[in-house]
Design a protein around this ligand. Structure first.
Ligand code: MG
Ligand code: MG
Length: 252
């Protein structure tokens, strides 16, 4: 069942989303050459807790996972797309790191992700990041009453195609609210006007994930997902409410 949120509930989620946005900003600031993924994680946890909220990913165990998640962020470097577990790995010049984070605030979850370049990156990688960010922006603009899930997927895959990139298969966005992952599934591809109609009160985590090479993923030993051919990938995500007045980004 799809949980529709009241204006009051959306307000609470927006307060949580603000904490999450601040957390990602702070983490992005220290994401530089020589910094470890663990250091990024510690700063995220500290920022969330100091704001009076709870890191949503820490201890999270979805059905099918072998163990509870041990950190407050996912930190996925280069070919790793999502679910990278923070470690003593040090960031290096030219890396791109995807930082995905969730906040639990007053009973409601928000979810957001950014891809941060470390030092100088090539024009090709810059294009990958910009195109993924743009796809998220275009997808957010589709989050309106009367549009469909297919409309969201269409603008995402269309943006990827225009830049010779591919949305990664099997990785999707989702509804969000009293649980971190809810119905409906938000595909990063689709046909205009198809699929579920969007309604006022839906809150969706929209998250385009693009690859410069293969659109297939493989699971690594730490349960993270990398591109099958080790090509670079990027990820941007926002939690978005569908309101009478249009899309409202809750995680900015
Ligand atoms: Mg996320
Ligand atoms: Mg998500």
């Amino acid at each position: 069942m799809i949980e529709l949120k009241t204006v009051e509930e959306i307000k609470i989620m927006k307060a949580g989303g603000k904490i999450l946005a601040k957390t990602l900003r702070e983490v992005a600031k220290i994401a530089q050459e020589g910094v470890t993924l663990d250091e990024l994680d510690r700063l995220a946890e500290k920022t969330i807790r100091e704001a009076g909220a709870t890191p949503a990913f820490l201890g999270y165990q979805p059905t099918g996972a072998n163990e509870a998640y041990p950190a407050s962020i996912c930190a996925s470097v280069n070919e790793v797309v999502v679910h990278g577990v923070p470690s003593q790995r040090t960031l290096r010049q030219g890396d791109i790191v995807k930082i995905d984070c969730g906040v639990l605030h007053k009973g409601y979850y928000t979810d957001s992700a950014i891809t941060v370049p470390i030092g100088e990156i090539s024009p090709e990688v810059k294009k990958l990041l910009e195109a993924t960010k743009k796809a998220l922006e275009l997808a957010i603009n589709e989050c309106r009453v009367g549009k469909t899930i297919g409309d969201i997927g269409y603008v995402i895959v269309d943006q990827a195609r225009k830049h010779d990139l591919k949305p990664l298969k099997g990785l999707t966005g989702h509804g969000i609210g009293k649980e971190l992952h809810q119905e409906p599934t938000i595909y990063n591809e689709g046909e205009k006007g198809t699929g579920l109609s969007l309604q006022e009160g839906m809150v969706l985590a929209i998250e385009p994930m693009f690859s410069v090479g293969s659109d297939e993923i493989r699971q690594l030993a730490d349960e993270s997902y990398a591109t099958k051919d080790d090509s670079l990938s990027s990820h941007f995500e926002h939690t978005v409410a569908i309101t009478r007045l249009g899309p409202e980004v809750l995680t900015k």
